[in-house]
Write a protein that binds this ligand. Structure first.
Ligand SMILES: Nc1ncnc2c1ncn2[C@@H]1O[C@H](COP(=O)(O)OP(=O)(O)OP(=O)(O)O)[C@@H](O)[C@H]1O
Ligand SMILES: C[C@@](O)(CCOP(=O)(O)OP(=O)(O)O)CC(=O)O
Length: 316
């Protein structure tokens, strides 16, 4: 007896970068994301008689975070026996490409189904949030919104019910090495920046503007707001009072410069960056090949993949 679920990663256009409650994973801001079709996690859970185990990409790996999360699910859903979690990430792990988002969404779905429970995606999003905040948004396809909320009940994600649009995300993979500063630790440091309060206010306005841009299918506006939001998030890391840091490498900066150049040449291209050096370029389906060509022209070795809007959680 086993159950399999597949969830796609999502890229935040309005970022989650700070926790008002680290135990419940309550964020300091509401966030908006785009789910990606080409990057996903497939997870199978099988009961065993020994202990929780995680087999990730065919390797037996450290189970601490998974075990901790399964215990939260036991608390919330009722006791269940130890599980062998067999998971494949079709996305680099721990490289700021949101493997934890698809991972914890898929795990939440698989466990709930295995227990024979039928829960709404909203309720699953609240559970997934406890594993990794960004996972709350990965239950949904296309554009999702995670409402920051004030407690466990009110902090959930839902679909934005956005219209279809020809949006694409060009992922420039600078490095798939495991990052040195985890998202949780990065947020903790960023919150010590003297600019953090201003960032919260700015994010509130950008959240409203982003929703309007998404509903208007205005990809240029979506890109422009997302780039502003992301760059100011990374400015917090640099200005942290405690252990200031950056996820940027010289290649990250080079890619940002190329994006600026091609934008001046008239191409629709805006950058967003998460907890790692990789750059995701928001563009249109027809412009994406030109963005890829411009990047390869200057950086021939760069690993690039183009992603499109993806679907919500599915079960086998
Ligand atoms: N398929 C999986 N099943 C269970 N746990 C996973 C899986 N994939 C990743 N994880 C857990 O998530 C951690 C990676 O999460 P982390 O938030 O640090 O990085 P990320 O998700 O790649 O990047 P981001 O900060 O953009 O979300 C891994 O160390 C592992 O504990
Ligand atoms: C920069 C981000 O990608 C941060 C994601 O952080 P995580 O969701 O990985 O953090 P934890 O809740 O501590 O697991 C922005 C975002 O996805 O909103």
């Amino acid at each position: 007896m086993s159950t399999t679920a597949t969830a796609h990663t999502n890229i935040a256009l309005i970022k989650y970068w700070g926790k008002k409650d680290p135990i419940l994973n309550l964020p300091t801001t509401s966030s908006i994301s785009l789910t990606l079709e080409q990057f996903y996690t497939q997870t199978t859970v099988t009961p065993n008689t020994h202990s929780d185990q995680l087999i990730l990409n065919n390797l037996s790996v450290d189970t601490t975070r998974t075990h901790h999360f399964l215990n939260i699910l036991r608390e919330q859903l009722g006791h269940f026996s130890p599980l062998t979690v067999t998971s494949t990430n079709h996305v680099p792990t721990s490289a700021g490409l949101a493997s934890s988002a698809s991972a914890f969404a898929a795990l939440t779905g698989a466990v709930t189904r295995e227990l024979g429970l039928i829960r709404s995606n909203e309720s699953l999003s609240r559970l997934a949030r406890r594993g990794s905040g960004s996972a709350s948004r990965s239950l949904y396809g296309h554009f999702a919104v995670w409402h920051e909320g004030v407690d466990d009940i009110s902090s959930f994600a839902e679909s934005l019910h956005a219209p279809d649009m020809p949006i694409a995300l060009v992922v420039a993979e600078v490095s798939s090495d495991v990052k040195k500063v985890s998202s949780s630790e990065g947020m903790r440091r960023a919150m010590t920046s003297p600019n953090y309060g201003d960032w919260l206010n700015q994010s509130k306005n950008q959240f409203v503007d982003m929703q309007a841009a998404v509903m208007a299918k205005d990809i240029e506006k979506i890109g422009s707001i997302a780039e502003d939001n992301a760059l100011s998030m990374h400015a917090l890391n640099l200005t942290a009072r405690q252990q200031a840091f950056t996820y940027f490498t010289s290649e990250t900066q080079q890619i940002l410069n190329i994006i600026q150049d091609i934008r001046h040449q008239g191409l629709l291209a805006f950058a967003t960056i998460d907890a790692g050096p990789n750059v995701k370029i928001i563009t249109t389906l027809t412009t994406a090949p030109h963005v890829v060509a411009a990047l390869h022209d200057k950086l021939p070795q760069l690993h690039i993949e183009t992603a499109t809007s993806g679907s919500g959680i599915t079960y086998d």
